[in-house]
Design a protein around this ligand. Sequence first.
Ligand code: SF4
Ligand code: SF4
Length: 196
Amino acid sequence: MDMSKRTAKHVENLTFRIGSKNRIMKKALEGFKPEAVRAIPQSEIQQNVDKALEGFTDVDLAIAMENSSIFCARCGECCRRSDPIVLTPSDIDLLTSLLGIQRLGDYVTAKDGRFIFKKTKPCAFLQKNKCIIYDHRPLVCRQFPFDDRTKGGALTLALYKHCKFTANLIACKAKLMILRRLEEMIDPRRSRTRRI
Ligand code: SF4
Ligand code: SF4
């Protein structure tokens, strides 16, 4: 397959799902002095953003999982827009221990062979932008925006237009590439060392 076409498609898909490329570029450039930004040709900055948009390696995903608090904007949109919220048997056990078997039915129902939350958009447990059952929240909430329903159970980063996590991760990748480029401009020996 022609890799340039594949890359173009990835960039198109990712920008379609997470918002405009310009927004990501703006975020990637946050914190740089204007003179530093001017030192790099605009086309190079765009290339770095495109490269960051090509997709995620397993290392990117591992870093994102370990440092999720850096990339999550704590906007609470996942608790306002996710539907359905599907529960595992362990979630049911945990919620039963919290709510008791009688009250569980107020919040949980069965549909198509699965247990789901009755009320979503927003979730019944979201109050003042906080989860009031945080320590007992379901697995899907603990993992969000990672998802293990594809790729044979391996966690992948799911894309949602309302969630800024992925855009923040991409902007951070682009920022690191821009930073590396600036380092090389200041000290060209760095680029020679990296090639060895
Ligand atoms: S259970 Fe908590 S974390 Fe999960 S959607 Fe509801 S409020 Fe959000
Ligand atoms: S929608 Fe995304 S960015 Fe917002 S709180 Fe949820 S995980 Fe974090």
